[in-house]
Design a binder for this molecule. Structure first.
Ligand code: NAD
Length: 265
């Protein structure tokens, strides 16, 4: 029996990176999983590649194109998951974006884009998941992707840090407001994880003269990590499956740091 056997889960940002790994790890432990992403073609391919994995562990798979900043789109995603799996038990608000920019050059567009996906997208995802769980009368778990950038500032990513501080605030506030509905809200804060996101980050850092070559920022961060290396997505998924499982039922309002000891606050 898997740790999340029979649990109905949605993971946003599941076309690649951390979201894909979270979703696949849930399947490995018996969950039903809706892979959701703004990149509809890619998330369809990823979901299709996981049909056998789901069958092997007794779960089911569906996928959905979603823009987490668009409430109607989020509602439709939840309706689809409920249609396929009969209920919603676990909602991962994982989709996120980062576009580094020098502090003095940050534009309203840059701020609104990052705060929109990472901040507003998280809140809408929490609200609509909670509405479904309340309607079911079952309670449930909402799990948000924070970051080391949700507890301290870093160079050239002020809006990203602000958006991830917002994720912590939403996690704590949601935990308080939703407790009476038997809904827990937790989060996890990765350090530096080798994903496709860094291709975009490296490109932006080179454009603003903060890096000379791809991979430089990750190398520089590595020296600050007590575990001596950046994380793989597999370093993250033991914790995310735990947060989705009954083993963590007494936790709420907390953010679990998974940063290899990069921050020790
Ligand atoms: P990634 O860029 O590899 O994947 C993010 C996914 O989100 C993409 O598939 C993208 O299409 C999707 N997405 C973007 N905007 C969306 C929207 N509006 N609606 C729906 N989907 C959307 O990133 P990742 O590294 O896997 O990061 C996942 C999460 O982890 C993000 O919240 C990120 O901020 C956070 N995080 C990442 C790292 C890291 O080092 N990679 C560290 C800390 C936190």
């Amino acid at each position: 029996m898997g740790r999340v056997n029979g649990r109905s889960c949605i993971v946003t940002g599941a076309a690649q990176g951390i979201g894909r790994a979270i979703a696949e790890a849930l399947l490995d432990e018996g969950a039903d999983v809706c892979f959701a992403d703004i990149n509809g073609d890619k998330v369809a391919q990823v979901a299709a590649a996981n049909v056998d994995r789901a069958a092997q562990y007794g779960g089911k798979v569906t996928h959905r194109q979603v823009d987490v900043t668009d409430r109607a789109s989020v509602k439709a995603m939840i309706a689809q998951a409920v249609d396929h799996f009969g209920k919603l038990d676990v909602k991962f608000n994982n989709a996120g974006v980062n576009r580094p920019m020098n502090f003095l050059e940050v534009t309203e567009d840059n701020w609104n884009f990052i705060m929109g996906v990472n901040g507003l997208g998280c809140m809408i995802g929490m609200q609509e998941a909670a509405r479904q769980m309340i309607a079911q009368g079952t309670g449930g778990k909402i799990i948000n992707t924070a970051s080391i950038a949700s507890r301290q500032g870093f160079d050239n990513v002020a809006p990203y840090c602000a958006s991830k501080f917002a994720v912590v605030a939403l996690t704590q506030s949601g935990a308080r407001d939703l407790a009476k509905h038997n809904i827990t809200v937790t989060g996890f804060a990765p350090g530096v994880v080798a994903t496709e996101m860094w291709e975009q980050v490296d490109q932006n850092l080179m454009e603003i003269g903060a890096a000379d070559r791809p991979g430089q920022a990750m190398e520089e961060f590595s020296s600050e990590i007590l575990r001596g290396r950046v994380a793989t997505t597999e370093d993250i998924t033991g914790t995310t499956t735990y947060l989705a499982s009954r083993d963590s039922d007494y936790m709420t309002g907390q953010i679990v740091m998974i940063d290899g000891g990069m921050t020790l606050v």
